[in-house]
Design a protein around this ligand. Structure first.
Ligand SMILES: Cc1ncc(COP(=O)(O)O)c(C=O)c1O
Length: 366
């Protein structure tokens, strides 16, 4: 046996103090710790779709016979289907195991150790996570008081080492939409710009058609939210052709599994059903926003997504999250800078909103 010198001394020193992503809670881990049985927990913390996937997906998965065969590494069929859905040529499209994987692949493609990545905080924490894992430095530009991007500050932060700029549009966790003219100004810097449209189906706003005209624009989308496929992990990006080609080369060969391929195909065939669910969520979001506005101690921000960010004006957001959790309602709280004492609440079904409002009133003692 070799001497046990401890292999940890060989671990990359820059990862010694790495702060991981804080994932959403699985209801099972709360068994016995909350006032309701696990089955009654209302999960409003991960922007999942309360209506689930298309029933066609469940039927097709149950009948799928070829799980013993690797998926097509070139994603040929999937990219063709996505061409039809996005109206952008398949040669621009690459899919990933969630758009999380594409964020990671993009950064692997552009970053060398010490390179910089700009994001506008508060925003999706996977940009920081993957930047650090790739040995890069995250440059965080705080948004203004309405959570709008400060384009001048973004431009002023650019250095010789800036390699990628991320714009989540609409933004997570704030739900804010960035006007197209701001995105165009950021694109005019000529640097690689990732516009993350994970909530596109809720906002209806996209810059995807611009990819064919801008050599530095990359657009990310996902099936996790509108199509209810978060558990199967499938997202895609629309890239300049050369970038798509390289990403196809550096991605793990079988990164989108056969269950996800079947599920996307069935979802796109049943888009009408899924758009119906999106509509129900949008209607409920607007009702929830108006109800939350009635609570003087909360400030909800207008949202173009399937969640609402609320600043807690009177009290502590962490305490509020724990109080709601004890009543079996899970909302999202990150103890990160720029979060402005807020919680993010996913829009559920109408009965979930009713339970949330009741718990909020109880939490404030009214
Ligand atoms: C802005 C944003 N981008 C990407 C993702 C990741 O999506 P996926 O499930 O496809 O990895 C999320 C998920 O919450 C998100 O909010």
């Amino acid at each position: 046996m070799p001497p046990n010198n401890g292999i940890e001394r060989l671990v990359r020193p820059d990862l010694a103090s790495f702060v991981g992503y804080s994932p959403c809670k699985s209801p099972d881990t709360l068994a016995g710790k909350v006032e309701v049985p696990v089955e009654s927990i209302i999960k409003l913390d991960a922007n999942e779709n309360p209506y689930g996937c298309s029933p066609r997906v469940n039927r097709a998965l149950a009948a799928y016979p070829y799980v013993n065969i690797y998926p097509d590494a070139a994603q040929t069929e999937l990219r063709k289907q996505l061409q039809k859905y996005t109206s952008v040529g398949a040669e621009h499209i690459v899919a990933g195991s969630g758009s999380d994987e594409l964020i990671d692949l993009i950064l692997r493609l552009f970053l060398e150790p010490g390179d910089e990545v700009i994001s506008c905080t508060p925003t999706f924490d996977m940009y920081r996570f993957s930047t650090k894992l790739c040995g890069g430095t995250m440059v965080e530009i705080p948004r203004d008081e309405n959570f709008a991007i400060r384009v001048d500050a973004v431009k002023a932060a650019i250095t010789k080492r800036t390699k990628v700029i991320f714009v989540a549009n609409p933004n997570n966790p704030t739900g804010t939409l960035t006007p197209r003219r701001d995105i165009l100004q950021i694109l005019d810097t000529g640097l690689p710009v990732v516009v993350d449209e994970a909530y596109y189906e809720f906002s209806g706003q996209t810059v995807a058609p611009l990819v064919t005209g801008y050599a530095n624009l990359m657009v990310l989308r996902t099936f996790s939210k509108w199509a209810g496929l978060a558990g199967l992990r499938v997202g895609y990006g629309i890239f300049p052709c050369k970038i798509a080609e390289t990403l196809l080369t550096i991605k793990p060969p079988y990164n989108v599994n056969v269950a996800a391929l079947v599920a996307v195909s069935e979802s796109l065939r049943d888009a009408k059903y899924l758009v119906g669910s999106v509509q129900k969520i949008i209607t409920e979001r607007d009702r929830m926003f108006n109800e939350l506005k009635q609570l003087a101690w909360l400030k909800p921000f207008p949202s173009y997504t399937n969640f609402i960010f609320c600043s807690v004006l009177n009290g502590d957001a962490r305490e509020l999250q724990l109080k709601l959790q004890s009543k079996g309602i899970i909302v999202r709280y990150f103890g990160l800078p720029f979060w402005r004492n807020g919680v993010r609440i996913t829009v559920g079904k109408p009965e979930h909103t009713d339970a949330l409002l009741k718990a909020l009133r109880e939490a404030s003692g009214k």
